[in-house]
Design a binder for this molecule. Structure first.
Ligand SMILES: Cc1cc2nc3c(=O)[nH]c(=O)nc-3n(C[C@H](O)[C@H](O)[C@H](O)COP(=O)(O)O)c2cc1C
Length: 337
Protein backbone atom coordinates (compact mmCIF):
# COMPACT_ATOMS: atom_id res chain seq x y z
CA UNK A 1 0.00 0.00 0.00
CA UNK A 2 1.50 3.42 -0.89
CA UNK A 3 2.35 5.36 2.22
CA UNK A 4 -0.04 8.17 1.25
CA UNK A 5 -2.94 5.69 1.63
CA UNK A 6 -1.81 4.18 4.92
CA UNK A 7 -3.71 5.13 8.05
CA UNK A 8 -2.07 7.86 10.12
CA UNK A 9 0.34 6.96 12.90
CA UNK A 10 -1.15 6.88 16.36
CA UNK A 11 0.81 6.68 19.58
CA UNK A 12 -1.61 5.41 22.18
CA UNK A 13 -4.43 7.93 22.04
CA UNK A 14 -2.30 10.56 20.28
CA UNK A 15 -2.82 10.78 16.53
CA UNK A 16 0.08 12.27 14.59
CA UNK A 17 -0.67 14.42 11.54
CA UNK A 18 2.25 13.17 9.48
CA UNK A 19 5.05 10.69 8.92
CA UNK A 20 8.20 12.80 8.85
CA UNK A 21 9.39 13.79 12.30
CA UNK A 22 12.01 16.14 13.65
CA UNK A 23 14.54 14.09 15.65
CA UNK A 24 15.49 15.12 19.17
CA UNK A 25 18.81 16.99 19.18
CA UNK A 26 20.31 18.30 22.39
CA UNK A 27 21.10 22.00 22.16
CA UNK A 28 19.09 22.30 18.94
CA UNK A 29 15.47 21.12 19.08
CA UNK A 30 14.34 23.66 21.65
CA UNK A 31 10.86 25.20 21.45
CA UNK A 32 11.83 27.98 18.97
CA UNK A 33 13.41 25.49 16.55
CA UNK A 34 10.55 23.00 16.88
CA UNK A 35 8.10 25.79 16.16
CA UNK A 36 9.81 26.62 12.87
CA UNK A 37 9.71 22.94 11.86
CA UNK A 38 6.04 22.78 12.86
CA UNK A 39 5.17 25.88 10.86
CA UNK A 40 6.44 24.13 7.73
CA UNK A 41 4.44 20.96 8.38
CA UNK A 42 6.61 18.58 10.41
CA UNK A 43 4.55 15.53 11.40
CA UNK A 44 5.98 15.42 14.92
CA UNK A 45 8.73 17.18 16.81
CA UNK A 46 10.65 15.97 19.87
CA UNK A 47 12.24 17.96 22.68
CA UNK A 48 15.93 17.89 23.40
CA UNK A 49 17.01 15.07 25.69
CA UNK A 50 16.24 15.98 29.30
CA UNK A 51 18.46 14.33 31.91
CA UNK A 52 15.97 12.97 34.44
CA UNK A 53 18.25 13.34 37.48
CA UNK A 54 18.92 16.99 36.67
CA UNK A 55 15.25 17.57 36.03
CA UNK A 56 14.35 15.86 39.28
CA UNK A 57 16.74 18.07 41.24
CA UNK A 58 15.19 21.16 39.67
CA UNK A 59 18.07 22.23 37.42
CA UNK A 60 16.90 25.38 35.66
CA UNK A 61 18.29 24.39 32.27
CA UNK A 62 16.34 21.11 32.28
CA UNK A 63 13.14 22.83 33.35
CA UNK A 64 13.57 25.27 30.46
CA UNK A 65 13.88 22.33 28.06
CA UNK A 66 10.31 21.41 29.00
CA UNK A 67 8.99 24.60 27.41
CA UNK A 68 6.52 23.94 24.64
CA UNK A 69 4.92 26.63 22.54
CA UNK A 70 3.71 24.73 19.48
CA UNK A 71 0.44 23.01 18.65
CA UNK A 72 1.85 19.60 17.74
CA UNK A 73 1.85 17.03 20.55
CA UNK A 74 4.44 17.85 23.20
CA UNK A 75 6.92 14.98 23.03
CA UNK A 76 9.42 15.09 25.89
CA UNK A 77 12.50 12.93 25.69
CA UNK A 78 13.99 11.85 28.99
CA UNK A 79 17.26 10.06 29.70
CA UNK A 80 18.51 8.33 32.79
CA UNK A 81 19.47 5.07 34.39
CA UNK A 82 17.69 5.18 37.71
CA UNK A 83 14.06 4.40 38.27
CA UNK A 84 13.54 7.07 40.88
CA UNK A 85 14.76 9.87 38.61
CA UNK A 86 13.07 8.60 35.50
CA UNK A 87 9.72 8.29 37.23
CA UNK A 88 10.10 11.69 38.85
CA UNK A 89 11.06 13.05 35.41
CA UNK A 90 7.89 11.53 33.97
CA UNK A 91 5.80 13.22 36.64
CA UNK A 92 7.42 16.63 36.12
CA UNK A 93 7.17 16.33 32.33
CA UNK A 94 3.54 15.20 32.35
CA UNK A 95 2.62 17.90 34.86
CA UNK A 96 4.23 20.34 32.41
CA UNK A 97 1.89 19.11 29.68
CA UNK A 98 3.82 16.34 27.91
CA UNK A 99 1.57 14.38 25.54
CA UNK A 100 4.15 11.65 24.93
CA UNK A 101 7.23 10.59 26.90
CA UNK A 102 10.15 9.34 24.82
CA UNK A 103 12.94 7.34 26.46
CA UNK A 104 16.45 7.94 25.15
CA UNK A 105 18.30 4.70 24.47
CA UNK A 106 20.35 6.01 21.60
CA UNK A 107 22.67 8.72 22.88
CA UNK A 108 26.28 7.59 22.27
CA UNK A 109 27.96 10.36 24.30
CA UNK A 110 30.44 9.05 26.89
CA UNK A 111 29.02 11.48 29.44
CA UNK A 112 25.66 9.73 29.08
CA UNK A 113 26.78 6.12 28.47
CA UNK A 114 29.27 6.13 31.36
CA UNK A 115 26.26 6.48 33.64
CA UNK A 116 24.64 3.54 31.84
CA UNK A 117 22.04 5.75 30.22
CA UNK A 118 21.34 6.46 26.52
CA UNK A 119 22.67 3.76 24.19
CA UNK A 120 24.55 2.00 27.03
CA UNK A 121 21.18 0.62 28.11
CA UNK A 122 21.23 -1.51 24.96
CA UNK A 123 24.13 -3.47 26.50
CA UNK A 124 21.99 -4.38 29.49
CA UNK A 125 18.52 -5.19 28.12
CA UNK A 126 17.17 -6.49 31.45
CA UNK A 127 18.04 -3.26 33.16
CA UNK A 128 16.64 -1.27 30.23
CA UNK A 129 13.38 -3.18 30.46
CA UNK A 130 13.14 -2.59 34.20
CA UNK A 131 13.42 1.14 33.58
CA UNK A 132 10.94 1.01 30.72
CA UNK A 133 8.48 -0.88 32.97
CA UNK A 134 8.87 1.75 35.69
CA UNK A 135 8.31 4.62 33.27
CA UNK A 136 5.24 2.99 31.74
CA UNK A 137 3.78 2.17 35.15
CA UNK A 138 4.02 5.82 36.20
CA UNK A 139 3.32 7.60 32.95
CA UNK A 140 -0.16 9.01 32.41
CA UNK A 141 0.71 9.49 28.73
CA UNK A 142 1.97 7.12 26.00
CA UNK A 143 5.64 6.15 26.09
CA UNK A 144 7.92 5.79 23.07
CA UNK A 145 11.54 4.72 22.71
CA UNK A 146 14.46 5.89 20.61
CA UNK A 147 17.34 3.52 20.12
CA UNK A 148 20.21 2.51 17.89
CA UNK A 149 20.75 -0.86 16.17
CA UNK A 150 22.75 -2.07 19.17
CA UNK A 151 25.96 -1.35 21.05
CA UNK A 152 28.28 -2.66 18.29
CA UNK A 153 28.17 -4.95 15.26
CA UNK A 154 28.48 -8.01 17.49
CA UNK A 155 25.47 -6.91 19.54
CA UNK A 156 22.72 -5.89 17.12
CA UNK A 157 19.84 -6.41 19.54
CA UNK A 158 17.38 -3.68 18.52
CA UNK A 159 14.75 -6.23 17.36
CA UNK A 160 14.78 -8.15 20.69
CA UNK A 161 14.70 -4.99 22.78
CA UNK A 162 11.95 -3.53 20.59
CA UNK A 163 9.80 -6.65 21.03
CA UNK A 164 10.27 -6.63 24.80
CA UNK A 165 9.59 -2.88 24.93
CA UNK A 166 6.40 -3.35 22.91
CA UNK A 167 5.26 -6.12 25.24
CA UNK A 168 5.94 -3.78 28.16
CA UNK A 169 3.67 -1.15 26.61
CA UNK A 170 5.93 1.10 24.51
CA UNK A 171 3.81 2.54 21.70
CA UNK A 172 6.31 3.59 19.02
CA UNK A 173 10.02 3.07 18.41
CA UNK A 174 12.48 5.18 16.44
CA UNK A 175 15.66 3.44 15.33
CA UNK A 176 18.82 5.24 14.27
CA UNK A 177 20.48 2.85 11.80
CA UNK A 178 23.89 2.93 13.45
CA UNK A 179 25.42 1.14 16.40
CA UNK A 180 26.71 3.05 19.39
CA UNK A 181 30.29 2.19 18.42
CA UNK A 182 29.72 3.94 15.09
CA UNK A 183 28.79 7.20 16.83
CA UNK A 184 27.97 9.27 13.72
CA UNK A 185 30.57 7.70 11.42
CA UNK A 186 29.93 5.80 8.21
CA UNK A 187 26.48 5.47 6.71
CA UNK A 188 23.29 4.74 8.59
CA UNK A 189 21.96 1.28 7.66
CA UNK A 190 18.24 1.15 7.02
CA UNK A 191 18.12 -2.59 6.24
CA UNK A 192 18.56 -3.82 9.82
CA UNK A 193 15.76 -1.45 10.86
CA UNK A 194 13.48 -3.78 8.90
CA UNK A 195 14.24 -6.52 11.42
CA UNK A 196 12.81 -4.23 14.09
CA UNK A 197 9.74 -3.52 11.96
CA UNK A 198 9.21 -7.26 11.54
CA UNK A 199 9.66 -7.94 15.25
CA UNK A 200 6.86 -5.64 16.45
CA UNK A 201 3.34 -4.48 15.64
CA UNK A 202 3.74 -0.89 16.87
CA UNK A 203 4.94 1.84 14.48
CA UNK A 204 8.69 1.93 13.85
CA UNK A 205 10.35 5.11 12.62
CA UNK A 206 13.56 4.92 10.62
CA UNK A 207 16.29 7.46 11.34
CA UNK A 208 19.78 8.24 10.12
CA UNK A 209 21.08 10.16 7.10
CA UNK A 210 17.62 11.07 5.81
CA UNK A 211 17.91 14.53 4.32
CA UNK A 212 15.35 14.84 1.51
CA UNK A 213 12.46 13.16 -0.29
CA UNK A 214 14.74 10.70 -2.10
CA UNK A 215 16.52 9.46 1.02
CA UNK A 216 13.23 9.40 2.96
CA UNK A 217 11.53 7.23 0.32
CA UNK A 218 14.59 4.96 0.06
CA UNK A 219 14.77 4.54 3.86
CA UNK A 220 11.06 3.67 4.00
CA UNK A 221 11.31 1.24 1.10
CA UNK A 222 14.29 -0.57 2.59
CA UNK A 223 13.17 -0.58 6.22
CA UNK A 224 9.39 -0.84 5.72
CA UNK A 225 9.10 1.61 8.62
CA UNK A 226 5.94 3.68 9.18
CA UNK A 227 7.73 7.03 9.10
CA UNK A 228 11.05 8.84 9.08
CA UNK A 229 12.89 11.01 11.56
CA UNK A 230 15.24 13.77 10.42
CA UNK A 231 17.98 15.25 12.56
CA UNK A 232 21.03 16.92 11.08
CA UNK A 233 19.31 17.38 7.73
CA UNK A 234 17.09 19.97 9.41
CA UNK A 235 19.96 22.13 10.66
CA UNK A 236 19.72 25.37 8.72
CA UNK A 237 16.72 23.97 6.81
CA UNK A 238 14.02 23.25 9.40
CA UNK A 239 11.41 23.37 6.60
CA UNK A 240 12.80 20.14 5.13
CA UNK A 241 10.90 17.97 7.65
CA UNK A 242 7.54 19.36 6.50
CA UNK A 243 8.57 19.15 2.86
CA UNK A 244 9.47 15.48 3.27
CA UNK A 245 6.21 14.91 5.12
CA UNK A 246 4.25 16.45 2.25
CA UNK A 247 6.15 14.35 -0.29
CA UNK A 248 5.38 11.15 1.60
CA UNK A 249 1.69 12.00 1.80
CA UNK A 250 1.42 13.26 -1.80
CA UNK A 251 0.62 16.74 -0.55
CA UNK A 252 1.87 20.02 -1.96
CA UNK A 253 4.98 20.96 0.05
CA UNK A 254 5.60 24.52 1.19
CA UNK A 255 8.38 26.18 -0.80
CA UNK A 256 11.74 26.66 0.85
CA UNK A 257 11.95 30.28 2.02
CA UNK A 258 14.22 32.51 -0.04
CA UNK A 259 15.12 36.20 -0.06
CA UNK A 260 12.72 38.25 2.08
CA UNK A 261 10.94 35.19 3.42
CA UNK A 262 14.23 33.72 4.52
CA UNK A 263 15.24 37.01 6.14
CA UNK A 264 11.93 37.18 8.00
CA UNK A 265 12.13 33.56 9.07
CA UNK A 266 15.68 33.84 10.42
CA UNK A 267 14.90 37.07 12.26
CA UNK A 268 11.70 35.63 13.76
CA UNK A 269 13.56 32.48 14.85
CA UNK A 270 16.31 34.66 16.32
CA UNK A 271 13.76 36.76 18.22
CA UNK A 272 12.10 33.62 19.54
CA UNK A 273 15.46 32.40 20.87
CA UNK A 274 16.05 35.75 22.60
CA UNK A 275 12.61 35.53 24.21
CA UNK A 276 13.22 31.94 25.31
CA UNK A 277 16.72 32.41 26.73
CA UNK A 278 17.06 36.12 27.43
CA UNK A 279 19.32 38.31 25.32
CA UNK A 280 22.79 37.24 26.53
CA UNK A 281 22.29 33.50 26.37
CA UNK A 282 19.93 33.80 23.39
CA UNK A 283 22.58 35.58 21.32
CA UNK A 284 25.00 32.73 22.05
CA UNK A 285 22.49 29.91 21.49
CA UNK A 286 21.47 31.45 18.17
CA UNK A 287 24.98 31.46 16.67
CA UNK A 288 24.97 27.89 15.41
CA UNK A 289 21.56 28.37 13.82
CA UNK A 290 22.69 31.52 12.03
CA UNK A 291 25.79 29.71 10.77
CA UNK A 292 23.68 26.79 9.52
CA UNK A 293 21.13 29.06 7.81
CA UNK A 294 23.88 30.83 5.90
CA UNK A 295 25.67 27.60 5.02
CA UNK A 296 22.44 25.98 3.82
CA UNK A 297 21.68 29.05 1.67
CA UNK A 298 25.20 28.87 0.20
CA UNK A 299 25.95 32.35 1.43
CA UNK A 300 29.69 32.40 1.98
CA UNK A 301 30.79 34.97 4.54
CA UNK A 302 34.40 36.06 4.95
CA UNK A 303 35.96 35.24 8.35
CA UNK A 304 35.52 38.91 9.32
CA UNK A 305 31.86 38.97 8.24
CA UNK A 306 31.24 35.73 10.12
CA UNK A 307 32.86 37.08 13.27
CA UNK A 308 30.89 40.31 13.02
CA UNK A 309 27.60 38.42 12.59
CA UNK A 310 28.19 35.79 15.25
CA UNK A 311 29.72 37.87 18.01
CA UNK A 312 27.19 40.70 18.11
CA UNK A 313 25.66 41.59 21.42
CA UNK A 314 23.03 43.92 19.92
CA UNK A 315 20.11 41.99 18.33
CA UNK A 316 19.20 44.93 16.04
CA UNK A 317 22.68 44.85 14.54
CA UNK A 318 22.41 41.10 14.02
CA UNK A 319 19.11 41.58 12.21
CA UNK A 320 20.57 44.33 10.03
CA UNK A 321 23.49 42.05 9.11
CA UNK A 322 21.15 39.14 8.27
CA UNK A 323 19.25 41.51 5.99
CA UNK A 324 22.36 42.91 4.40
CA UNK A 325 24.11 39.58 3.71
CA UNK A 326 21.04 37.86 2.25
CA UNK A 327 20.13 40.87 0.10
CA UNK A 328 23.70 41.25 -1.15
CA UNK A 329 23.86 37.58 -1.96
CA UNK A 330 20.53 37.67 -3.79
CA UNK A 331 21.55 40.74 -5.79
CA UNK A 332 24.79 39.03 -6.79
CA UNK A 333 22.98 35.83 -7.77
CA UNK A 334 20.34 37.76 -9.76
CA UNK A 335 22.86 39.91 -11.62
CA UNK A 336 25.01 36.87 -12.46
CA UNK A 337 22.02 34.97 -13.85
C1 LIG B 1 23.89 17.60 17.90
C2 LIG B 1 23.07 16.37 18.08
C3 LIG B 1 22.34 16.21 19.23
C4 LIG B 1 21.57 15.06 19.42
N1 LIG B 1 20.83 14.93 20.55
C5 LIG B 1 20.00 13.86 20.71
C6 LIG B 1 19.12 13.77 21.81
O1 LIG B 1 19.04 14.67 22.65
N2 LIG B 1 18.35 12.66 21.91
C7 LIG B 1 18.39 11.64 20.97
O2 LIG B 1 17.67 10.65 21.10
N3 LIG B 1 19.19 11.73 19.90
C8 LIG B 1 19.98 12.82 19.74
N4 LIG B 1 20.74 12.93 18.62
C9 LIG B 1 20.64 11.89 17.58
C10 LIG B 1 19.59 12.28 16.52
O3 LIG B 1 18.30 12.33 17.07
C11 LIG B 1 19.62 11.28 15.35
O4 LIG B 1 19.31 10.02 15.85
C12 LIG B 1 20.95 11.23 14.64
O5 LIG B 1 21.49 12.51 14.44
C13 LIG B 1 20.83 10.51 13.30
O6 LIG B 1 19.89 11.15 12.49
P1 LIG B 1 20.32 12.19 11.31
O7 LIG B 1 21.29 11.47 10.42
O8 LIG B 1 19.04 12.55 10.65
O9 LIG B 1 20.99 13.34 11.99
C14 LIG B 1 21.54 14.05 18.42
C15 LIG B 1 22.27 14.24 17.26
C16 LIG B 1 23.02 15.38 17.06
C17 LIG B 1 23.79 15.55 15.78
Amino acid sequence: MPISNSPSITVGDVSLPGRAFLAPMAGITDAPFRDVAERFGAGMVVSEMIASANLGTGQKEMLRKLTHTGKLPHVVQIAGNEEKWLTLGVKIASDAGADIIDINMGCPSKKVTNGFAGSALMRVPDRALKLIDAVIADSPVPVTLKMRLGWNDEQINAPEIAKRAQDAGVQMIAVHGRTRQQFYKGQARWEPVRDVVEAVKIPVIVNGDIVDETTAKAALKISKAAGVMIGRGAQGTPWIVGQIDAALLDRQPQDSPVKNELIQLIIAHHQAMLSAYGIDLGMRVSRKHLRWYFEAANIALSPEQSRELLTQSDPDKTHALINQHINNHDNRVTSAA
